[in-house]
Design a protein around this ligand. Structure first.
Ligand code: NAP
Length: 231
């Protein structure tokens, strides 16, 4: 019927706070229907919004992802979930959890939402990675390793899906002003709203890989060069 508003459907995982929460508000303001998932309830009350409480690291998450009503006709899915901790060499039992939540959780989500997109020949999967993906870290090796695997996996998936009409974008952020940015020095840190501006560009242009802020890239290259020099 002429004039009927077609609401696109998005699922955002890890959206009760930080970049995910700001992106949820932006998509709702843009007329999207949004389903959100995180361990805590969402502060959002909107008729176009539904929230499900779940931990991507728990077995129940697979049951949630198996719900056709949740994963079947998505136009967009964004994986924001990310945790990190400073390495404690006397107590390392959290290391595997960080890889499980940041990387395997994303792969579980992709495995649930991408096949229906392939069947429909359309859809967009965005994963929020980090510039940490190309740096070795003595402070947070599990976080850096999870993002290295994250970026590599999405890069390969994007190549595999290109001929099928489904887009995959790996977003590599520098510091963003949320509770997660714990480093002492945070060069060129951006606001959460600026990070969401970049995400909106990705939703529109659907690049395979997107890095922001670009100004940090030479810094990362210099740091890698210095690390190689110091052996
Ligand atoms: N902030 C930065 O400087 C920065 C830089 C580069 C990349 N990133 C990446 O950007 C993404 C978003 O980070 P952020 O800065 O917005 O962090 P944040 O404010 O800590 O938000 C993380 C979100 O993930 C959810 N979450 C965490 N563990 C979860 C789990 N096991 N199951 C389900 N949901 C879970 C949290 O909600 P609950 O606690 O309610 O579950 C929260 O909504 C992360 O992947 C991060 O690695 C951040």
């Amino acid at each position: 019927m002429k004039g009927t508003l077609v609401r696109h459907r998005a699922m955002l995982i890890g959206n009760s706070d930080g970049i995910g929460l700001a992106a949820t508000k932006r998509l709702l303001a843009g007329g999207w229907n949004v389903v959100g998932i995180s361990r805590s309830e969402s502060p959002i009350t909107d008729t176009a919004y539904r929230h499900r409480v779940a931990d991507v690291g728990n077995p129940e998450y697979a049951d949630l992802m198996a719900e056709p009503a949740l994963t079947e006709s998505l136009d967009l899915c964004i994986y924001f979930v990310g945790i990190g901790e400073i390495l404690n060499l006397l107590y390392m039992s959290n290391e595997a959890r960080i890889i499980d939540v940041n990387l395997t959780g994303m792969v579980r989500t992709a495995a649930a939402v991408i096949p229906p997109m392939v069947k429909r020949g359309q859809g967009h999967f965005i994963g929020v990675s980090s510039l940490a993906d190309e740096l070795l870290s003595a402070e947070a090796p599990s976080y850096h390793a999870s993002k290295a695997g994250f970026s590599n996996y999405l890069g390969g998936l994007a190549l595999a899906l290109k001929p099928r009409g489904v887009h995959v974008t790996n977003v590599r952020f520098g510091f963003v002003d949320t509770k997660m940015a714990k480093a002492h020095i945070k060069p060129f840190m951006m606001s959460v709203e600026k990070a969401v501006d970049h995400l909106e560009t990705c939703i529109r242009k659907k690049p395979r890989c997107y890095t922001a802020p670009n100004i940090v890239v030479p810094l990362i290259k210099f740091r890698k060069f210095m690390m190689r020099l110091s052996g």
